[in-house]
Write a protein that binds this ligand. Sequence first.
Ligand SMILES: C[S@@+](CC[C@H](N)C(=O)[O-])C[C@H]1O[C@@H](n2cnc3c(N)ncnc32)[C@H](O)[C@@H]1O
Length: 405
Amino acid sequence: MKVLVACEFSGIVRDAFAKGGHDVLSCDLLPTEQPGNHYQGDVRDILDEGWDLMIAHPPCTYLCNSGVRWLYSQKGRWLKMEDAKEFTAVSFFAGAGGLDMGFEKQGFKVIWANDIDEDACATHRLWSTAEVVQGDITKIDVSTIPNADILLGGWPCQGFSLAGPRQLNDSRNVLYKYYVKYLEEKKPLCFVGENVKGMLTLGDGEIFQAIISDMYEKGYTLFYKLLNVKDYSVPQYRERVIIVGFRNDLGVTHFDFPEKHDKIVTLGEALAGLPEPSPEDICHAPYSSRYMSRNRKRGWDEVSYTIPAMAKQVPLHPSSPDMKKLEKDLWKFGEGITRRFSWQEAAAIQTFPKGMQFVGDLDSKYRQIGNAVPVRLAEVVAEQVYKKLCECIKEDNNELGVGVI
Ligand SMILES: C[S@@+](CC[C@H](N)C(=O)[O-])C[C@H]1O[C@@H](n2cnc3c(N)ncnc32)[C@H](O)[C@@H]1O
């Protein structure tokens, strides 16, 4: 039998089938160090190669429409694909949808998304089937938003004053309030948000502590961790707080954030195969004194500096000559051609799929890309959330004993 095992990094399922005399290929976006027949890449590129049987690891429910029929769970049990649960999601502050896309790849279906930015909404509509509503979240009546299993989206935190936790009730914190309002009224099973590192230390950490207790009173238990996306196969140094909340009645007392990956993905690997960009795809704005106050260039074998939302602040492409430090907070460019990453290169570093289109002018494209949660980071978080939700709803009935095939 010709067998394809998708999302198979370990080689365990592949080797079991090989022992049984089958012609088996494993496939994963990552290389495997286990000797054996392995394709490193996207499983969707090799689906049409006449497989008698296709298997994947959960929660790869996005493969449902791709011919995969069985999932092999970490507990060593088989799950019939038609029975794999798909959770619905509503997304606030969705932007172009980096967070949403990662969740869609791991068993969640975004049914409604909102952002105030017209271009970001148009970009989201290009790839998702969600109802994307453009507008200010504070003007949207929560009763018009559908119920969902999960709420996605970190609340922007500009409204939080450094003055202390009581500021949670300050009318300026409108965006947090609307996020919480959805939780209170719609009671999703859980929520996942991303926020900047500074969120943890605002007001000496008191604001974050106040948010945790506020959320608990509203019925949710929070788990949070500062992650660096470079540890999850994203070719970029970017520290972000991931906040996951579960409805108190689910009784979740522990949440496993994703394990760090063994290897980094370098700029060389991330940008391989991208064509030389057209000049109109690169920001050529003058370099400000703020830009010149730091090194902005990383090499092919390294990860990128953080991709920011502002085009002018985008780091340099590795083909640029090394920068030289002149004195504290003052650097200069080396001899040769210096340029920033194009928007397509920035999108690749944020792990958006190659060839993805972004709506808007150059500044808008860079903004949507820099604002996004890297898709690959969203995926690894989504995988853990999916597992935890499955544990909570205990769908044991769907699991069949090993050896059914
Ligand atoms: C950090 S970005 C979110 C990025 C998104 N999570 C992703 O992965 O692509 C925050 C978003 O909040 C949106 N936003 C800010 N204020 C808003 C408001 N009042 N109503 C709706 N969206 C708002 C911004 O336009 C921006 O796209």
